[in-house]
Design a protein around this ligand. Structure first.
Ligand SMILES: Cc1ncc(COP(=O)(O)O)c(C=O)c1O
Length: 458
């Protein structure tokens, strides 16, 4: 019996809940909770505990591991963010550096800050025309592992937010030959491995983090960590998951993971084939347009066709899609729009998008040049030390020569322009002043940046 069925049975039984949550499934008194509260319980007898799975959830996790071909799986209700935090902290809390790409998601940086670990970077080729980072080259990972002997974990994002896939099988072989575990931030690739989509990485990487909610039929916040035994201790990963995850994991979310797993087992391959066919049709219609240029993954090791990275006048296209066609893109910046498709899309929804793009193309100007990506600023202090120091907001124009005490992100996708401990140079300052969708831990960007007070240099 599925978790939702079991919850429905409990509700129908008339059992009196003398436990949390406080709504007591009384949707008559709280009608705004109708359709939700009936299935919202806490860890009562016979309903297991997601943070210490023995019954219901142990079965669910075995199912997840089977689906993605991994040794073990941990179900999460705090997103891939939690999986990344637990994966990195469990490996680096006892020391060592992380090797990763600058394009990593903010959770990777936060994990290093919390673990007190330094970050080393590999470089990645960049497609200036498409304005996106290409695949991580296995030889580059090998070179950097030789250059940085203190690295204890490698983290690769694949697919990226833009859909670029790296050769994880080869990168894993290199890491393993050098005795280092590989973690893949596969938050955007839970659907990989299904028919019509590139191969996933669950059987190659030591730790794989997947957001079920990004591309599969599941609820926001649902995710999983896959672990392959050998270089990583699953017990340590679980320990940090249960430390960092709420002690009251929502049954609405864990039940949704259960339903998603059941669906994937029964109907996943067929649904993926239908999705892929719709994507092929959409991509064929849109790929010849003049002012909306669809990225086809050229130059990358592989590409996730479900992502539609459109180089165009991004703000104008997003506004027209929204106002004229009631279509809301995932992300829009000055030079691009990203539309995300998912297993819940239908032939009709993909056709509706293709038609809107085809009609809007002649109304748009040619795409502006892609925004340049600044180099990595010089590090003056460790991430952990800089994040702990007092400081003040400094006008961005005058921040050169200071040391940042905060992150400055372009969000989404959550890739940093500046990290605590780095000294912003002219290129970084220009990038911050012209970037879209900026966020920082301290308000003030883009006009000011939180910089640390260096002892004797205020
Ligand atoms: C590359 C990448 N990794 C991790 C995450 C975090 O995922 P979640 O939203 O499931 O916490 C995101 C979120 O957008 C992401 O883009």
């Amino acid at each position: 019996m599925g978790i939702f069925e079991k919850l429905d049975e409990l509700h129908a039984s008339g059992a009196l809940p003398m436990h949390m949550p406080g709504h007591k499934r009384n949707t008559g008194a709280f009608p705004w909770l109708a359709g939700l509260a009936e299935r919202d319980i806490t860890e009562i007898a016979d309903f297991d505990n997601l943070n210490d799975p023995e019954g219901l959830f142990a079965g669910l996790e075995r199912r997840l591991a089977r689906l993605w071909g991994a040794g073990e799986a941990v179900a999460l209700v705090n997103g891939s963010t939690l999986g990344v935090l637990a994966g990195i902290i469990s490996t680096l809390a006892s020391g060592g550096e992380l090797l990763t790409g600058r394009q990593s998601h903010r959770s990777v940086y936060h994990a290093c800050e919390l673990a007190g670990a330094e970050i080393r970077y590999f470089t990645q080729p960049f497609d200036r025309d498409a304005g996106t980072a290409l695949s991580v080259e296995p030889e580059e990972v090998a070179r950097r592992l030789d250059e940085y002997p203190g690295v204890r974990l490698v983290c690769v994002t694949s697919p990226t937010y833009d859909g670029v896939i790296s050769d994880i099988r080869s990168i894993a072989q290199i890491c393993h030959a050098k005795g280092r575990p590989l973690m893949v931030d596969c938050a955007h690739g839970a659907h990989l491995g299904l028919p019509g989509f590139p191969e996933g990485c669950g059987r190659y990487a030591d730790i794989t983090v997947l957001s079920l909610h990004k591309t599969l039929p599941c609820l926001t916040q649902t995710a999983a960590v896959l672990i392959n035994l050998g270089l990583v201790d699953p017990g340590r990963v679980r320990r940090y998951v249960s430390m960092l995850q709420t002690s009251s994991p929502s049954y609405l979310l864990s039940g949704a993971i259960d339903g998603c797993a059941e669906f994937l087992e029964r109907e996943g391959p067929g649904a993926a084939r239908t999705w892929r066919a719709g994507l092929d049709d959409l991509r064929a219609r849109v790929s010849g347009l003049s002012n909306i240029r669809l990225f086809d993954g050229g130059g990358a090791f592989d590409y996730d066709p479900s992502k539609l990275l459109l180089r165009c006048d991004g703000h104008r296209l997003a506004a027209l899609l929204r106002e004229w066609y009631r279509i809301e893109p995932e992300y829009a910046a000055r030079d691009r729009v990203l539309c995300m498709t998912g297993m819940g899309d239908s032939a009709a929804s993909l056709t509706r998008l293709a038609e809107a793009l085809t009609r809007l193309d002649p109304l748009l100007p040619p795409p502006p040049p892609a925004a340049p990506v600044p180099g990595i600023p010089v590090r003056r202090l460790s991430l952990k030390d800089a994040a702990a120091l007092p400081g003040r907001l400094v006008p961005t124009e005058r921040a050169a020569g200071r040391v940042s005490g905060e992150y400055v992100w372009s969000y989404p996708p959550g890739v940093p322009l500046l990290v605590p401990g780095e000294e912003p140079d002219r290129e970084t300052i220009d990038a911050i002043m012209s970037a879209d969708n900026l966020h920082s831990g301290h308000k003030g960007v883009p006009d000011s940046i939180f910089c640390v007070d260096l002892p004797g240099k205020v």
